[in-house]
Design a protein around this ligand. Structure first.
Ligand SMILES: Nc1nc2c(ncn2[C@@H]2O[C@H](COP(=O)(O)OP(=O)(O)OP(=O)(O)O)[C@@H](O)[C@H]2O)c(=O)[nH]1
Ligand SMILES: [Mg+2]
Length: 265
């Protein structure tokens, strides 16, 4: 299937011409779809149905979380930016202050869930290769299954570590209340400009691996300028999951969310 995405107004757009150098001789866009669907518009209808079903499942997830008084955060980033490293520190340092749990999303393995075990927080794993077609992102039905495995009434905060990917996770509402991303200094200053859908989707960006700055020619101010170009409203925190630098502000941000959350009816 060709690449597709959803616009801010909810409409779906599919790209048929995603073969560089390949010349198409179709007279119109509704002709010769390469995906197995008869026409491009048939494909868009299918994609819209997928997004509609996902959104309904996401709303149901949020209702379950709200009923239990749990605030959920969808944590996204490229592979290796430090999602699990930030969670390891966060769970360890907020232990005893916040009752937190984790849904850990990966294509394969339980390696991240193992890293987060023993921190007094329930962790449940979603492997998208196990029955979800090896998807490169989490979606709301996957998260619905994981919510059933957690004792939500015992939690205040739920982290949903998405599959490492700077594109697709931003397009699927999983039913979380807040979307946060991590971008590490080893990824380059240009990433907000090249992957704007992700950077626009979030309210907080953690710039991670600050401890590596002396070894890089990374320009923090340029990264923040590029981020402001695509998402001027995002809160930005500079952190290092290795040294703990800046993480107090992240904990403060989390505690503020919990204070602001409505108490369940
Ligand atoms: N120097 C340094 N290394 C870090 C920092 N944060 C994470 N790392 C390292 O970066 C690597 C990837 O970190 P992870 O926490 O596994 O990243 P992730 O985003 O969870 O990766 P995926 O789950 O595979 O997408 C590991 O070797 C971490 O130890 C940091 O602040 N500084
Ligand atoms: Mg991880």
């Amino acid at each position: 299937m060709g690449r597709f995405h959803r616009h801010a107004d909810g409409t779906v757009h599919a790209h048929d011409h995603d073969h560089p150098g390949h010349v198409h001789d179709h007279a119109d866009d509704d002709h010769g779809d390469h995906s197995g669907y008869a026409t491009a518009s048939e494909r868009i209808q299918v994609l819209e149905r997928i997004f509609d079903e996902n959104d309904a499942a996401a709303d149901a997830n949020r209702r379950s979380l709200d009923a239990a008084g749990v605030v959920a955060i969808n944590l996204m980033s490229s592979p290796g930016s430090g999602k699990t490293a930030v969670l390891e520190r966060t769970l360890a340092e907020l232990r005893g202050r916040i009752r937190a749990g984790v849904i850990e999303g990966d294509i394969e393995t339980g390696l991240d869930a193992e890293r987060l075990s023993g921190l007094d927080a329930p962790v449940t794993q979603i492997n998208t290769a196990a029955g979800w077609g090896g998807e490169c992102h989490l979606d709301a039905p996957m998260v619905a299954g994981a919510l059933h495995r957690l004792e939500l009434d015992g939690l205040e905060l739920l982290f949903i570590e998405n599959v490492g990917n700077l594109v697709c996770p931003a397009e699927f509402d999983v039913g979380a209340h807040h979307r946060v991303m991590i971008c590490s200094v080893t990824e380059g200053e240009d990433k907000p400009l090249k992957y704007p859908v992700m950077f626009r989707a979030v309210e907080l960006v953690l710039i991670n691996k600050l401890d590596l700055l002396p070894h890089l020619d990374y320009d923090l101010a340029l990264f923040e300028h590029n981020l402001a170009e695509v998402n001027p409203d995002a809160t930005v925190l500079r952190v290092s999951a290795r040294t703990g630098e800046g993480l107090e502000q992240w904990y403060g941000w989390l505690l503020d969310l919990l204070r602001a959350a409505p108490t369940p009816a």
